[in-house]
Structure formats: C-alpha cells, structure tokens
Design a protein around this ligand. Structure first.
Ligand SMILES: Cc1ncc(COP(=O)(O)O)c(C=O)c1O
Length: 394
C-alpha cells in the first residue's frame, strides 16, 4: 500500500511535522533500507526535521563556501558543552578534560581499547543498544552481563556486585538507557559508583540521550555524583539524538580518568581524525541556541509516547510496555503473542512496519522489538493501525 494517499503531506517547513514526501526523499538508512511501502520505525533518527538552528548553521557555512580547514566551532565546543550541561543538568564539566570525537561509539571504543586487554570483562546492562555488545566482543573483550528486569528495568546493585570477576575492568553504562528508556535514579547510579570504586573499574557513561527526558524526570550525569566518581569516568555525549543531526558525526567526551587521558596522549596525533566543520557548527548552534526548539520537541515526544501507550493498552493489551522516562523508543514485549524470538521480523513481513529486532539487544531481547515513535501523530497512528490489523487477522 502506498501510504502517501492515506497520509496527506504536512507542511515540510513546520519544525515538528513529519511529511512522508520529504521522508521518502531522504538518503538516510532509516528511509532507504526497506521497500517504499514499509513504514520505518527502527534506527534512532527522528522523522521530524533537524533543529532549525543546526540546519541554519550548516546552510550558512555552505553559503559562504566555507569548507577550508576550519576549527572555529570545534574550538568553541568544549565551553559550549560545559555551559549546556550546567544549565540543563547541573553538572559543570571541566572544559580542559573535554575532547571531540567523530561519534559517540568511537569514544566508547577508544576508551575500552586503551584500558582493557583481550579477555578482560566489561559490564553491560542488557537489553542494550547493540553496538555496546559488538564494541566489547569485536575486540576480544568479554561481556559481563548484568540484566535489567521488566517491568521496572531497575539496576540491581547486588546482581552487579555478583557479576564482577577478577578480570572485570570496566562498566559500560547507557544512561538514560536504550532501549528501555530508563532514567536511573541517583541511588542506582551511586550503587554503580560504589562498585566501580571497590573494584577500581573504569566507568564509561554514554549520556547521548540525556537531553531527551520526558516531563517530571530528572537526569543526573554520572560524573556529577562527585569527585571520586568523576575521576574514574569517561562521559560521552552528542547533540545527534536530541537535535536530530546524527549524520553530521560530532561527539564530545569528558575524560575524567587518567588511564584514558594518558592513553590518548600517547596515540599518534592524527590516528583518530577530527570532527568536520558542519558537525561542529551544528552542534555548537544546538548547544547555544537550541533550547526552545528542544523544549517543543520534548513536549511532542512525550505526547507521542502517551498516545502510543494509550493505543496499545486499548487495542493490544497483550503487548507489554513500560513507559520510557527518556528517549523516543518504546521497548515492546511481544512474548504474550507468540511471534517467535524476533517479532520485528514477523511485523516486517505481515504489517509492513520496520521495528528494531529485540534479539540484537542481547539474549534478553528475545520476544521484544523496539519502536521509534519520533514521528508525526499520523505516521505513528498508521504504524499502530498496521500492527493491530496484522495481529488481529492472524
Ligand atoms: C546509547 C547510544 N549510544 C550511541 C549511539 C550512536 O551515537 P553515534 O552515532 O554518535 O556513535 C546511539 C544511537 O542511537 C545510542 O542510542
């Protein structure tokens, strides 16, 4: 079915609209991976246009033909990130400890590479964003699995302490957590800090989702717990999720742990490359002038989340779902419907919607699928309609 008939195009200039005609013209993997009639709700890009301040920053660069060596925005980014974190989350990172990376997962892998050896253990709280698993196993490190349990997805300090063995070297934290959308409480984070201190572990805290909390949820950066925690932590972040600019490749890491800063200092100076000027300009614009757009976007995402929850509970109560406190991702438990280990595959074939496959998030993802609801109400409704119709007509 061609949904361009079913879903009239919205005005593409509306910052919070998602127009199918625009979306189908994109070259992003979200909109090119599947057949045209499939509605994609998998990879974590928003269907909303990127933050206008970021678009304008890149447009201005292009209009000037300003594509020469250009580190102006990159030089300004550490101070901008520090001010943004302080204003939004009450954490004042030391700009002297900040370093730019091409993306968040590069920073994660570099920190692991510099501080661990093949065979060393890295704690991961599963289900988890799949590149966390490949970052560990792909370099011969070992996943030390510490599962979170539904429906609360709370971090269990005893389970964490029990999981650690003598070759565990690091904790790879995703905070807020993808795919469950949990925003860990200060108590949960302090329990992680306590275990890390006891076993002298590096903590890598991926806080890329920190700006996309839903209302009434307070996100606490791990390094803001105190000096002790900060001194064994690498915090990684980016504007890519909150401002929808993932393709521009720009991230920042706060290196609080001397083992990582020493390792970085010893690397050949061009080994890790440098951030491009469009990514740096867009990120700088986001962190200095993007606040009002972000607030409107968060309101929209919270309304989308609540709408999805209400439709699922009315029409598909067998699909269990804990409201995410952050992110635009719904971690859906299809186990009550017997769609097999990978419900996303069944839904792609039978409902023509593309969700992320639960088993990719670790063994505890079997029977689950992840749905990205950062789209328009119309497209979200069409996705839910297709899922409901397919499941009812089984
Ligand atoms: C937790 C988490 N970390 C990292 C990334 C990817 O970031 P980057 O593209 O900057 O590596 C994502 C993307 O969805 C994510 O959810």
């Amino acid at each position: 079915m061609d949904t361009s008939d079913a879903i009239p195009p919205a005005d593409a200039r509306e910052p919070l609209s998602a127009d199918l005609h625009r979306l189908r013209s994109l070259t992003s993997i979200k909109w090119t991976m599947h057949d045209r009639e499939v509605l994609p709700a998998w990879v974590a890009d928003m269907d909303l246009p990127p933050a206008p301040v970021a678009v304008e920053a890149v447009e201005r660069l292009a209009a000037r033909g300003d594509f020469g060596y250009n580190f102006d925005a990159a030089v300004k980014l550490p101070a901008a990130f520090a001010a943004w974190q302080e204003a939004r989350h009450g954490w004042r990172p030391d700009p002297g400890c900040l370093r730019l990376f091409c993306d968040v997962m590069q920073a994660v892998q570099v920190a692991l590479w510099l501080t661990t050896e093949p065979g060393d253990g890295v704690v991961i709280f599963t289900p988890i964003y799949p590149p966390f698993l490949s970052s560990v196993t792909g370099t011969g490190r070992r996943v030390v699995d510490c599962p979170l349990d539904p429906p609360g997805w709370r971090l269990d300090p005893n389970r964490l302490a029990d999981a650690i063995d003598e070759r565990t070297r690091a904790i790879l934290l995703c905070s807020p957590h993808n795919p469950t959308g949990r925003v860990f409480s200060v108590e949960e984070l302090e329990a992680v800090a306590e275990v890390a201190a006891r076993h002298d572990l590096l903590v890598i805290s991926d806080e890329i989702w920190g700006d996309l909390t839903h209302r009434d949820t307070c996100f606490r950066p791990f390094a803001s717990l105190g000096e002790q925690a900060a001194s064994r932590t690498v915090t990684v972040s980016a504007a890519s999720k909150a401002f929808n600019v993932a393709g521009l490749r720009c991230a920042v890491a706060h290196i609080g742990d001397g083992r990582v800063s020493d390792g970085l200092a010893a690397l050949p100076d061009h080994l890790l490359g440098a951030v491009g000027s469009p990514g740096a300009e867009a990120t700088l614009a986001a962190w200095t002038r993007g606040g009002p757009w972000l607030e409107a976007t968060r309101d929209h995402l919270t309304a989308q989340r609540d709408h999805l929850a209400s439709r699922l509970s009315d029409e598909l109560p067998e699909v269990r779902f804990s409201l995410p406190e952050a992110t635009y991702l719904a971690w859906l438990d299809f186990r009550g419907l017997e769609l097999g280990e990978d419900p996303a595959r069944w839904l792609l074939e039978n409902a023509r919607v593309a969700l992320s496959a639960g088993p990719d998030f670790g063994a505890h993802g079997r029977g689950f699928a992840r749905l990205n609801f950062a789209t328009s109400r119309k497209i979200l409704d069409e996705i839910v309609d297709r899922v409901v119709t397919a499941l009812r007509s089984r």
